[in-house]
Design a protein around this ligand. Structure first.
Ligand SMILES: [Zn+2]
Length: 429
């Protein structure tokens, strides 16, 4: 036993010297033990100091303090003393597969894998795509892969359901059902008066049928009145902020009664006006590690910037962002489950980076790092019904982040990614 230990240490030492990386490949036994870190398991409790995260074949076997977890002799030991481990981020409202750089129209299996890789490298280990999903996405869904490789897990909603009549909309529900989606998604919004809004009779029929088929339903909404009626109709997730006015006590009571999640997507609002000038984050090295000058070129074109500054809708969304942020804080204070999401994966909503920006905006709105992390891990999994992800507990996938600094003292420390692991496998840069 002692010899094995010495050999393992020697091996770790040699490979650390030669490659500069501290992580090994999986042992034949499939056991890996990450030792010495402070572990946030995603349940929202007190972090485990000097913890052990024991994994076998991509799944969590045990999490606990060093003296409580028995590490099998055959395990590969990863000493991560001084680091912080938390579950991977779940984006409960993203889009995947269509955008390359900032250009739409690239939907393909290859681009899906590219997008999911990008999310993964930023520590977003699961993405719930709420619409625009085509047949190429179905075989890549989380349900089919026991071990994902170098990419985020994927859940899909198929096509966003639209229709002027219940019959038209129900045909889309059936089409999504045949595709094999994880959720249904509808949009109830007149886009600031520029588009027809789905009538209540139509969305009531869609929600009813979706529930009959066993699907949760996520709804795109804008106004308090629509949010209220959608909850009454049975919506399981409000997939954007209420932005037109402050939420009131009756609405909070209704949200509690319906046990629905609330997904703020603050960066969606940001993206509607931030390119009126040169966005400050274009200089951020954490942004530039994945997005180059060529990609952002169109967004720094003065003519385009001026057009955005003059856009009425951009001005309206900007004016209403403080309402969205105040509503988030109020709902969170009232104990409403906040589900993390960004609406990234649309043009100029930068996948991976926007999730970090969203966490910072949630902090700016007044949420604590602990509340933000809970929204992005346990809540996202629970309120979207995602299986075996979200917390580091026995039987769940070992999707986690190793961080160089404590995310509970500053949410920006989630950027200090020492390693991203999906099914226990390190996502390479
Ligand atoms: Zn969306």
């Amino acid at each position: 036993m002692k010899h094995t230990y010495i050999l393992v240490c020697l091996f770790l030492f040699i490979s650390a010297c030669s490659s500069g990386k501290i992580y090994q490949t999986t042992s034949d036994s499939g056991y890996q033990a990450f030792t010495g870190a402070t572990i946030l398991n995603g349940q929202g409790g007190t972090p485990i100091k000097d913890g052990v995260l024991l994994i076998r074949k991509g799944q969590v076997v045990a999490v606990g303090p060093r003296n409580k977890v028995k590490i099998p002799e055959v395990a590969i030991i990863e000493d991560v003393t001084g680091k912080f481990i938390m579950p991977g981020i779940i984006n409960g409202h993203g889009h995947v597969g269509d955008v390359k750089g900032i250009e739409p129209g690239h939907y393909s299996r290859e681009n899906l894998l590219d997008n999911l890789g990008l999310y993964g490298r930023y520590g977003i280990t699961t993405v719930v795509s709420l619409g625009g999903d085509k047949k190429e996405a179905e075989p890549l869904r989380a349900i089919h892969d026991s071990t994902t490789t170098q990419r985020a897990r994927l859940f899909i909603a198929g096509e966003v359901i639209t229709g002027k009549t219940p019959a038209e909309a129900l045909a889309v529900v059936e089409q999504n059902h045949r595709l094999g989606v994880d959720f249904m998604k509808i949009r109830v919004d007149d886009q600031l008066g520029t588009a027809p809004k789905m009538p209540a009779a139509v969305y009531r029929a869609v929600i009813k049928r979706s529930h009959q088929l066993g699907y949760k339903i996520a709804t795109h909404l804008y106004s308090l009145a629509d949010a209220r009626d959608l909850l009454l109709a049975g919506s399981d997730l409000l997939a954007h902020s209420v932005r037109d006015q402050p939420v009131d006590a009756a609405f909070i009571q209704l949200l509690k009664k319906k046990k629905a999640g609330y997904c703020p997507t603050l960066t969606r609002e940001l993206s509607t006006f931030v390119y009126g000038d040169t966005a400050a984050f274009f200089q951020d090295p954490f942004f530039r590690r994945e997005y180059d000058s060529l990609t952002i070129q169109p967004l720094i074109d003065p003519a385009r910037q001026s057009q955005m500054r003059q856009s009425k809708s951009a001005q309206t969304y900007q004016q209403q962002l403080p309402t969205a942020m105040a509503n988030l804080k109020k709902l969170s204070d009232q104990g409403i489950p906040i589900v993390f999401g960004t609406d990234s994966g649309m043009p100029a909503r930068f996948m991976g980076y926007f999730e970090h920006l969203e966490m910072e905006m949630m902090a700016e709105a007044g949420l604590t790092p602990r509340q933000i992390i809970t929204a992005a891990t346990k809540n996202a999994a629970h309120y979207l019904g995602l299986k075996n992800v979200g917390t580091l507990t026995r039987g769940n996938w070992a999707d986690f982040l190793v961080l160089d600094a404590d995310p509970l003292t500053d949410i920006r420390n989630v950027r200090k990614l020492n390693g991203v692991f999906i099914s226990g496998e390190k996502v390479e840069k």
